[in-house]
Design a protein around this ligand. Structure first.
Ligand code: ADP
Ligand code: ADP
Length: 224
């Protein structure tokens, strides 16, 4: 079953197209790699899929809900790691995650268990009481992923989740993402080819707003 369905999606900023005529779908439990250089249109697509930015043309549906007509229904079903997550630097990890969980209306009774669950998944259990601004880039990124996981949304959209990380932090985030597949439907947006070949089964390559390839990775590149 298609969890994400995109038809002829186009976004224009004034007279320029940021994306043009994208058509693709992601089945339940699948990871789609969304690959393209800087400026290709990745963030624009992610912001439309998460209901934050209206498309100029075309449609996108998440779990059957139209992102333009039912953005609240869509937001409720998506965990989103934006390219620059708005972490509150002076908060502790726990305080921040609790704040996001409340915004997402995670029930009060289950709140502590839910914080423990996402902390365990992202390797944050031992640093829940530390202040965000004192964390390394890699740990800040885990906090960004942890907030996306709160409430166990069926769909996860991760925009450049490994950006700015060193190779070992990258490997950690990659194995974390692999572990999430199956339980969630995932889009992983990145400009780094190995991030896609090591984590995803399918890839969509975007260049100057247009889709230039969309297939199983094994059919496009040799990964061994
Ligand atoms: P990526 O995430 O792949 O780096 P973006 O989706 O951020 O690409 O940007 C795609 C294109 O749209 C770029 O040329 C960018 O400069 C342009 N763009 C993005 N946001 C805006 C905006 N608010 N107004 C005008 N142009 C924009
Ligand atoms: P992020 O890096 O968080 O994805 P963007 O790349 O979209 O953010 O850019 C940050 C802000 O600047 C956004 O409000 C975006 O709409 C705007 N923006 C990006 N590119 C352009 C552009 N070429 N012209 C005008 N505004 C832009």
């Amino acid at each position: 079953m298609a969890m994400i369905e995109v038809q002829n999606l186009t976004k224009r900023y004034r007279d320029r197209s940021a994306i043009e005529g994208l058509t693709f779908s992601v089945n339940e439990g699948e990871i789609l790699g969304f690959l393209g250089p800087n400026g290709a249109g990745k963030s624009t697509t992610m912001k439309i899929l998460t209901g934050f930015l209206p498309p100029s043309m075309g449609t996108a549906k998440v779990a059957g809900f139209d992102v333009f007509e039912q953005p609240l229904e869509v937001k409720r079903r998506i965990g989103y790691l934006p390219e620059t997550p708005p972490l509150y630097p002076e908060m502790t990890v726990r305080g921040y995650l609790k704040f996001v969980a409340e915004l997402k209306k995670v029930p009060g009774r289950g709140l502590k268990a839910e914080l423990d669950r996402v902390a365990g998944l992202t390797g944050l259990s031992d640093i829940m009481d530390r202040v965000i601004q004192n964390l390394s880039k890699g740990y800040k990124q885990r906090v960004g992923i942890a907030q996306a996981l709160l409430g166990s949304p069926p769909v996860l959209i991760l925009d450049e989740p490994t950006e700015g990380l060193d190779p070992s932090q990258r490997a950690d985030v990659r194995s974390l993402i692999k572990g999430l597949a199956g339980k969630h439907t995932l889009i992983l947006s990145t400009h780094i080819l190995p991030e896609v070949t090591m984590t995803c089964e399918k890839v969509l390559i975007i260049h100057q707003g247009k889709m230039v390839a969309y297939d199983e990775i094994q059919k496009l590149v040799s990964v061994h």
